[in-house]
Design a protein around this ligand. Sequence first.
Ligand SMILES: [Zn+2]
Length: 250
Amino acid sequence: MWSNHINYDVWMRTHQLVLHWIENQLSEGQLSVGGRLPAERTLAEQLKVSRTSVREAIRILEALGVVRAGVGSGPEAGTVVISDPTAALGSTLRLHVATQHLPVADIVETRVLLESWAAAHVRPDAPELATAATLLDEMDAVGHSSGDGAAPIDDFLALDVRFHLALADAAGNTVVSAMMGSLREAIQGYAGRLTANLPDWDATASRLRAEHHGILAAIQNNDGGRAAALVAAHIEGYYREAGVKRPPEA
Ligand SMILES: [Zn+2]
């Protein structure tokens, strides 16, 4: 439990005040990507808080992928506003998956939601489709699991996730892309763990390869409806084959 230590309460308020101020500056356009925060001392004086509070707020923003704390002095010094929502969401999701607060079944449903929408909205001339096709070639070239141990499985799954991200990117919605990007590690993590439940990895890999080609072909044929149905069946099929049951409704 949190202690009711007085200093702690004060620290909570003041660093949140700094966060609030920065958030306001961003939403009002006073600060934007590439811009610099005022120096720590200036900010502390302006907001009438300690420099420790400013430093704490900046550390939090850094972890959230909103700023990059500066080093050294000169024109390049200072804390710069950046935009890296994917990295921050990714590590947050990964931690919550690790603590079981994000059940795999929920990730699977979210994938179906995002990816079937994306598959239905991909523009057939999107440059990401060429990337997707290359990834399928690379996946075809990954060897069988026998002999080399787990490495080919990991290689395959890493390419598999990249294929799905490429399709999501090809839909051209930056929010969907960022959400998919943030799920990347969670997806690769659960897909990897579930391979232990599969009766025959090589058979599964062959099926996945064929399904990927089918999805891409539907998109290239401008059949978004079919692509969406195929990608949903592909995601759910893997999960089902690994023998995972949906937890009972709460
Ligand atoms: Zn796949």
